[in-house]
Write a protein that binds this ligand. Structure first.
Ligand SMILES: Cc1ncc(COP(=O)(O)O)c(C=O)c1O
Length: 419
C-alpha cells in the first residue's frame, strides 16, 4: 500500500502518479521539487483563466470577510450576479440557473429536471463521452469509466459518435449523410416514440478525443429532439468558457439547447462550482411545481465570488476571443507534428482544444510520458486510447503555445519515431 493517507482518482493506488503542486502563474505551474511546468492541459481542463490569478484570490478573500457561508435559499450579491452573467453568456431564452458543486452534479440535476419536466425515463448519450463520476452521470458516460460500476441508471441508451476520422457508419465526411446525427432520431423511434426525456451531448467530445462534429450535426440533433419532444442538453463542462473560441461550444452551430451544464472553467478551479443553465421553456415548468433538487452547499458564497471574478477576467482580458485567435496556431502545430510522425496520426481541434490521435503500441506511449516529464510539459495523455489532448489556459501567449507544441513534437518524435 502507498504511504499516502488518501485515494488517488481513476488509478490503482500503487500506480498513481502524485503531483506535488505548490503554485503557478499564467500558463505555468510549479512543483515541490522546484520544477516549472508548461500547462498544456489546464490541470484537467479547468484553469482556463490561468494559474495564480490575484484578482480572483482577492475576490475570494473579500467574500470570506463579508459572507463566508450561506443557506441554500440565501440571496446575496455574488449569487445574483453570477446567475445574471451566466444567463447573459448563454443567450436569449435562458431564464434560470441551478447551482451545483461540479460537473457530475450538474448533469445529475439536468437528468432529474428532464425527467420531472417530460415524465419520461429514457435518455440518450454517446459512447465516446464523459459526463461525470456520480452514478447518473456515469450511466450517461459512454467511455471506459462506466463499465466498472455497471449496471447503472436504467434507460440510458448509447449511440455512435461523430467520429469523422474513423466513421462508425463507414462513411467519408465529404459524401456522408450525417448518419451520426440522423441515427439519433432513428434510435428515438426504435426506443418507442416519445419515450426519450433528453439527449446529452458534449458539443465537442473532449477527453474522448476532441471529435469535432460536422456543422450540420447539432442542428440535425436539435430537429430530431424537437420532433420527439425530447430535451437537448449541452454538456459544456469541458468546452464552456472560451475553450473552443466561443463562450459555449454549441454557439458554433446556431442551435439552442434546453439545458447547458457547466463547471471547470466557470470558476477556473478557484472555486468548486458547477451549474445547469435552463431555458425558459423548461424553467417555467417549475413555477407552480416543486423542483425536487437541492444541495446544502448550493451557490456557496466563496465559489460564487470566485466564479463572478473569473467571468470578469474573461471579459476584461477578452480571453474567449484570444482562444479563437490562437486556434489556428494550435491547429498548424498539431498538423506539423502529425506530418512528422512515423505512425498514422489524426489531428483535430477547435479553438484552444486539440487532439492528436496516434496509432502506437503501449510501450511508445509510456516512452512519451517519460519524454514529457523530462521536458516538464503537462497535458492529458491517454495511451490506452491513443490520444494526447491539448487544452492550455486561455491566457497562454502565442510564443508559449508554439514553444510548448514544438517541445511536444520533439517528445513525440523521440517516443513514436519520425517518418
Ligand atoms: C464533459 C464533462 N462533463 C462532466 C464532467 C464531470 O465534471 P466533474 O469532474 O466536475 O464532476 C467532466 C469532467 O472531466 C467533463 O469533461
Amino acid at each position: 500500500m502507498s504511504d499516502y493517507p488518501f485515494f488517488f482518482t481513476w488509478s490503482a493506488q500503487n500506480a498513481a502518479k502524485p503531483l506535488e503542486l505548490v503554485g503557478g502563474e499564467g500558463a505555468w505551474f510549479t512543483t515541490a521539487d522546484g520544477g516549472r511546468w508548461l500547462d498544456l492541459g489546464a490541470l484537467s481542463y479547468q484553469v482556463n483563466v490561468g494559474h495564480g490569478n490575484r484578482r480572483i484570490v482577492e475576490a475570494i478573500k473579500r467574500q470570506a470577510d463579508t459572507l463566508c457561508l450561506a443557506a441554500p435559499n440565501a440571496v446575496f450579491p455574488a449569487k445574483l450576479e453570477l446567475a445574471r452573467r451566466l444567463l447573459a453568456l448563454a443567450g436569449p431564452g435562458f431564464a434560470k440557473v441551478f447551482f451545483t458543486l461540479g460537473g457530475a452534479e450538474a448533469n445529475e440535476n439536468a437528468l432529474k429536471i428532464a425527467r420531472l419536466v417530460t415524465g419520461r425515463l429514457k435518455n440518450i448519450a454517446r459512447y465516446r463521452s464523459y459526463h461525470g463520476a456520480s452514478m447518473g452521470a456515469l450511466s450517461l458516460t459512454g467511455d471506459w469509466r462506466r463499465a466498472p460500476v455497471e449496471p447503472g441508471l436504467p434507460g440510458v441508451i448509447h449511440v455512435q459518435d461523430c467520429y469523422c476520422d474513423r466513421c462508425p457508419f463507414g462513411q467519408r465526411v465529404e459524401t456522408c449523410r450525417r448518419e451520426c446525427a440522423t441515427n439519433i432520431g432513428d434510435v428515438m423511434q426504435l426506443e418507442g416514440p416519445r419515450s426519450v426525456a433528453a439527449v446529452f451531448l458534449e458539443p465537442v467530445p473532449g477527453a474522448n478525443g476532441v471529435l469535432v462534429p460536422p456543422p450540420e450535426y447539432w442542428p440535425l440533433v436539435r430537429a430530431a429532439c424537437d420532433a420527439e419532444g425530447a430535451l437537448l442538453v449541452a454538456d459544456e463542462v469541458l468546452t464552456g468558457f472560451g475553450r473552443t473560441g466561443r463562450a459555449f461550444g454549441f454557439q458554433h452551430w446556431n442551435v439552442v439547447p434546453d439545458m447547458i451544464t457547466v463547471a471547470k472553467g466557470l470558476a477556473s478551479g478557484y472555486g468548486t462550482i458547477g451549474a445547469v443553465i435552463v431555458h425558459e421553456r423548461i424553467a417555467q415548468h417549475f413555477d407552480e411545481r416543486v423542483l425536487a433538487c437541492g444541495l446544502t452547499y448550493y451557490a456557496h458564497p466563496l465559489a460564487c465570488a470566485a466564479a463572478v471574478e473569473t467571468l470578469k477576467v474573461y471579459e476584461d482580458e477578452r480571453m474567449f476571443e484570444r482562444a479563437a485567435q490562437l486556434g489556428p496556431t494550435l491547429r498548424r502545430e498539431l498538423d506539423a507534428i502529425a506530418a512528422r510522425l512515423a505512425t498514422t496520426t489524426f489531428a483535430r481541434s477547435l479553438g484552444l482544444l486539440g487532439a492528436l490521435e496516434i496509432e502506437a503500441p503501449a510501450a511508445a506511449w509510456t516512452a512519451l510520458g517519460r519524454e514529457l516529464s523530462a521536458r516538464r510539459l503537462s497535458l492529458h495523455v491517454d495511451g490506452k486510447r491513443g490520444t494526447a489532448i491539448f487544452s492550455p489556459p486561455l491566457c497562454i501567449t502565442e510564443d508559449e503555445l508554439v514553444t510548448g507544441m514544438r517541445a511536444f513534437g520533439e517528445a513525440a518524435v523521440a517516443a513514436f519515431g519520425a517518418k
